[in-house]
Design a protein. Structure first.
Length: 454
């Protein structure tokens, strides 16, 4: 099974292809080098033979034919010497051992085919009739001249074969490492499919990371996100059950009182209270649905250029009477704040912030809404109050669904106001920050540059 996985691996197949290409490249290089060096060797042999013929002609011109024959015999005994054949004008042999070179004048390439003392070789020969009628043939053993080229070709092929083998072995090692990484990934996915969302794929350090490590990091991020979503879903489910259990219990109790009422007035009063409790439950469900829709990003197709200031003004006017009736004040400081987003969702976020300040502050609290453009060119929206605020260690937790400072959950509201604001900010690519207003709470939404808006 392991061999089958190895043979099916893309890494091994690529290694085989690369090894073959490497071997062919070395072979082709060797053949090109051999061909070019062969031509060079033949040209060098021709030049050497021509120079030797010229030198012997000078010997003949300055001395005699007998002196020339003696010079040939002396040169023949030297290692690596050329081959000679010298005949007198009457045709008898004077010097040299290259009898097979007898023939017409000019260049020839002679195959010895076992002729002593040469064996099987090729000899490049130049035959020339000298002044006075003597004939001189001078030859070069091409097999000996090309021996270096042949050794070079053989060496290149051997080096290429060794390099291809090393490349193939490296490919096998890399394939085994890849298969080991793939087994880790499969094992992690198997654990995750069985419900263990804490499973993670081990990764290498950045210095030795590979493309599989990039996949592993992406998979780990996906598993981490899935784990967070599942944990959030469980928490929300638990909180929904907790938040709805109390009003449903109250609803049942009020229905029981309506059923036990003795007069029509008591029944009407009980039904009115029951209806109010039903409205509260429905409001909770509506808030949950709105939060789910926003977090799904389903409203991004409605994004248009908007001015946050034009959204704040009618909202502040609408909430002003209720705020003042509760003994609080509401002020607005609105400068142009261009943004790109969904006007309805931004309006809902602003309304949630105002309602949150109204609901969780005592009478006499001053609530302020402001918007504008900062020194960095980014638009911002801020809602502040001078109420009790939120302790530093609890601010991030207040952005979670159904989070409340009151553990008894006896205060009004659904516990989703700031969660919806956070979801709207995330959808718009904005930064949401909760800080101490000294005293009170400051909630600030900083929108991205228009060119960077989603």
């Amino acid at each position: 099974m392991r061999i089958e996985l190895l043979l099916r691996s893309s890494s091994l197949r690529l290694s085989i292809v690369y090894s073959g290409i490497l071997l062919l490249a070395f072979a082709a290089t060797g053949l090109l080098v051999y061909a070019s060096s062969e031509r060079a060797a033949v040209e060098q042999a021709r030049e050497r033979i021509e120079l030797e013929v010229f030198a012997l002609e000078e010997e003949l011109r300055t001395e005699s034919l007998e002196a020339m024959a003696a010079a040939i015999e002396a040169r023949t005994s030297r290692p690596g010497a050329l081959e000679y054949w010298l005949t007198a004008p009457d045709g008898h042999h004077l010097a040299g051992r290259l009898r097979i070179a007898e023939g017409p004048n000019g260049w020839r390439e002679i195959e010895t085919e076992g002729v002593a003392p040469f064996g099987d070789t090729d000899i490049l020969t130049l035959t020339k009739t000298l002044p006075g009628g003597a004939t001189l043939s001078v030859g070069e053993d091409l097999t000996r001249a090309l021996s270096v080229q042949k050794e070079t070709l053989l060496t290149l092929i051997q080096v290429g074969a060794a390099a291809a083998l090393l490349a193939l072995l490296a490919g096998v090692v890399a394939t085994f490492r890849t298969l080991a990484r793939m087994r880790m990934i499969r094992a992690t996915l198997g654990r995750a499919s069985e419900g263990d969302l804490s499973a993670r794929v081990p990764t290498s350090s950045s210095l030795f990371s590979t493309d599989l490590d990039e996949i592993a990091l992406g998979l780990n991020r996906m598993l981490g996100r899935t784990q967070d979503l599942v944990a959030g879903l469980r928490r929300v489910t638990r909180d929904v059950a907790h938040d709805l259990r109390t009003p449903l219990s109250h609803l049942r109790q009020r229905l029981e009182r309506v059923g036990a009422a003795d007069t029509d007035g008591e029944r009407q009063e009980g039904l009115a209270l029951t209806e109010a409790k039903v409205e509260q439950i429905l409001a909770s469900f509506d808030a949950i649905l709105r939060l789910a829709e926003i977090e799904a990003g389903a409203s991004r197709d409605r994004f248009v250029p908007v001015d946050v200031a034009t959204l704040c003004e009618p909202l502040v006017d609408a909430y002003q009477p209720d705020v003042e009736n509760g003994g609080r004040t509401l002020t607005l400081s609105a400068d142009p704040a261009p943004a790109f987003g969904d006007a309805l969702l931004l309006t809902q976020a602003i309304a949630n912030l105002i309602e949150n300040a109204m609901r969780h502050t005592p009478p006499g609290t001053a609530i302020g809404v402001s918007c504008g453009t900062g020194a960095d060119g980014r638009s911002h929206l801020t809602v502040t109050d001078d109420g009790p605020g939120i302790p530093d260690g609890h601010r991030e937790a207040m952005l979670e669904p159904f989070a409340r400072l009151d553990p008894s959950r006896s205060t009004a509201g659904t516990g989703l106001g700031l969660s919806i604001v956070a979801a709207v900010a995330t959808l718009h690519g904005a930064d949401l920050a909760l800080s101490d207003a000294g005293p009170g709470l400051s909630v600030r939404i900083t929108f991205p540059y228009l060119r960077d808006a989603p």
